[in-house]
Design a protein around this ligand. Structure first.
Ligand SMILES: [Zn+2]
Length: 398
């Protein structure tokens, strides 16, 4: 037994490493590992506008040992699938960009101190039409040291490689919804899936449990014909789409509504926001099948429906605003698995149709009001039944 590891590893962790589901997939004898990985929630596939099937999920990572552990590589693979190309492979800088380590350290982007923890944000993908596995597993390589950058303790191997960490995949098709907005040049801000951003990173611990309600959320902002987000002084009225109608993406029944939150001043995040006020004025609509649509930051007094009302897809339900925890007019839209925007997990969705108009290449230009550069060659043209991805620009028609 490796002394240093045993000191830091709890009995519970050792038991978890030996559960039958994991043991069945191991091609080597089970081994005690310094680090434990656990999915926050199951994942569901969705066809992105890049023509690939995306499986977005998050792994909580805990270094249960007294060693310094670098996650050198993580491959997402089909559970029980043997060899074959990984669905995602992260290492080095690319892993660091998707690895949020809890508590500031100077240890580098992929190294955990003894007792350190973090979250890895995964985006496993498959070509369109490929068979989606019932579960994913992971091939993991870690490097262990007694001191940062130093050798491991005597008797401990420096490199540990193992296979495990099962993530269930709910293979039902992502729900098909109508776009909640009309017109051209809508930017998919804070979108899915291969970047760490405010939505993917919103793994919130609520009453002691971590939820990822915003996993597939989009902040929709619209470029003016001159490709600026706003024209003139940075006030709400300078955003041409401020006050645009918001349309129900799917039919259902209103189960949550909040109104009365004031408009914010753009260009800065407001102070004094709470979990109750952060979404501004909003609606949650139960669309059946355990799915709920969420529309946030609407104008005060603009909600056209109330709790209990039935809504029809395409019906105007309110107006786009700048309320709650926001620094500029936008519609936050997502689908989740419960009626609470806090204690639910995000579900994927696909829009019936849209036309790709490229991808924003400088997100900073968005908020400054400068002309926003767009690479028109990214996933252009008509799309049906797909989720537009991070920073893409889309025309919803109408
Ligand atoms: Zn948002």
């Amino acid at each position: 037994m490796r002394r240093a590891l045993v000191m830091g590893v709890t009995a519970a962790a050792a038991a978890a490493a030996l559960t039958p589901s994991m043991a069945a997939a191991l091609d080597a004898p089970p081994s005690l590992t310094a680090v434990s990985f656990r999915p926050i929630a199951a994942t569901e596939p969705v066809l992105g506008s890049d023509g690939r099937i995306h499986l977005a999920y998050e792994l909580t990572v805990i270094n249960q040992s007294s060693l310094y552990v670098t996650i050198a590589r993580i491959d997402a693979i089909r559970a029980g699938g043997g060899a074959g190309k990984p669905l995602e492979s992260l290492s080095g800088k690319a892993l660091g960009a998707m690895f949020r380590i809890n508590a500031a350290t100077s240890l580098g982007p992929t190294r955990l101190a003894p007792g350190g923890s973090g979250t890895i944000f995964m985006d496993a993908t498959l070509p369109k039409g490929a068979k989606v596995p019932a579960a994913l597993q992971h091939r993991i390589t870690t490097v262990r040291a007694a001191k940062p950058g130093g050798p491991p303790p005597p008797g401990t191997a420096r490199v540990a490689r193992y296979t495990g960490v099962t993530v269930p995949v709910n293979r039902r098709p992502a729900v098909l919804v109508q776009p909640p907005l009309r017109g051209p040049r809508w930017v998919v801000a804070n979108g899915c899936c291969d970047v760490y951003n405010a939505h993917r990173g919103a793994t919130l611990a609520i009453d002691g449990t971590t939820y990822v309600a915003q996993r597939f959320a989009i902040d929709f902002v619209q470029l003016a014909p001159n490709y600026r987000l706003f024209n003139g002084p940075n006030v709400n009225a300078s955003y041409a789409y401020f006050g645009d109608p918001i349309y129900a993406a799917a039919s259902g029944r209103v189960v949550q509504a909040r109104d009365g939150e004031p408009e914010q001043t753009p260009g800065q995040l407001p102070s004094g926001q709470t979990v109750e006020t952060a979404d501004g004025n909003y609606l949650v609509i139960d669309i059946g099948g355990g799915r709920y649509t969420f529309y946030a930051h609407m104008q005060p007094g603009s909600l056209r429906v109330k709790v209990g009302d039935r809504v029809t897809a395409g019906q105007v339900i309110g107006l786009l605003g700048n309320t709650g925890n926001t620094d500029g007019a936008h519609l936050h839209f997502h689908v989740m698995d419960g009626p609470s925007p806090l204690t639910s997990n995000g579900l994927p969705y696909r829009f019936t149709s849209f036309t790709g108009q490229g991808k924003v290449t400088d997100p900073v230009a968005l908020q400054s009001g400068e002309v926003v550069p767009v690479d028109a060659s990214v996933n252009p043209g008509p799309h049906t039944g797909q989720l537009p991805l991070e920073m893409e620009v889309v025309d919803f028609g109408g």
